[in-house]
Design a protein around this ligand. Structure first.
Ligand SMILES: [Zn+2]
Length: 262
């Protein structure tokens, strides 16, 4: 784990990249910011979490870091020990953590529940949506343990995700007062609440016909497995839905519950 800091004193803000080693956009954003070395009004901590997985361009070495919080310093698995160390670093910090997916090219955020911190910062970030995961969808994920906005910056490994990640870090630092100058809120931001997992039947050829964050109507064909079409029994909003992002599921259903405004 690499930890850097801008500004003097004990940071109460943190920016994290590479919780997953095959999602390099956050690392790009952190390195871009450290190179630019802007003067900050508040100290900020920068953490590149899973360096070993990053070196090998894999999601993780022994365990998915974002499923083993709060971790354990005596654990056998590397990521379980790392989870403990990372939480120690992030204690008391409002945190932005950067990821990327195979599901959607524009940034969106994942939070456990919309709280005053999300309401304050969310509208200042260039996001298409906020997704509430609740406490059970992703067990032992970072969202359950610190004040964090996890941002999916774009498609995994794409130059656009790198670019989006840089923009999001600057916006986060401006919204939290670490960088001076005024910033305008991006506008109303829809909030989605995750519902059910959308299972993926066994097959060899998968196609997704629906678009994430766009309502699928009852009776609409939203995926195909080999030649078989899968039809929506009731309307829903798909989130994190992709052909190959997960092995056992296409993604999740969600409900649109709110709009964040500033
Ligand atoms: Zn990730």
């Amino acid at each position: 784990m690499r930890v850097e800091q801008l500004g003097e004193g004990e940071p109460t803000l943190a920016v994290v990249g590479a919780i997953h080693g095959d999602e390099p956009c956050g690392v790009h954003a952190i390195e871009t910011l450290l190179d630019a070395n802007p003067s900050v009004e508040r100290p900020v901590k920068f953490v590149i979490a899973n360096e070993r997985a990053l070196d090998r361009n894999v999601r993780y070495i022994e365990a998915d870091l974002n499923r083993v919080f709060p971790g354990d310093p005596g654990a056998e698995a590397y990521e379980t020990r790392l989870a403990h160390e990372l939480l120690e670093e992030l204690r008391g910090c409002i945190t932005l953590s950067m990821h990327s997916t195979q599901s959607y090219e524009r940034p969106f955020a994942l939070v456990e529940k919309t709280d005053p911190f999300t309401e304050m910062i969310g509208p200042y970030l260039s996001l298409d949506a906020v997704v509430e995961t609740g406490a059970e969808t992703f067990e032992n994920a970072l969202v359950g343990y610190v004040d964090v906005i996890e941002v999916e910056c774009g498609l995994q490994g794409s130059p656009q995700a790198d670019e989006n990640a840089v923009e999001l870090v600057y916006e986060f630092l401006a919204a939290t007062g670490a960088l001076s100058g005024s910033i305008d809120p991006a506008g109303a931001l829809p909030v989605f609440q995750i519902g059910e997992s959308i299972p993926k039947q066994e097959g060899s050829d998968y196609a997704v016909h629906a678009e994430n964050f766009r309502q699928v109507n009852e009776g609409e064909v939203f995926t195909t497995v080999d030649e078989q079409v899968i039809i929506a029994e009731e309307p829903f909003y798909p989130v994190l839905m992709s052909e190959e992002g997960y092995s056992q599921q296409f993604g999740y259903t969600a409900e649109k519950i709110d709009l964040l405004k500033n």
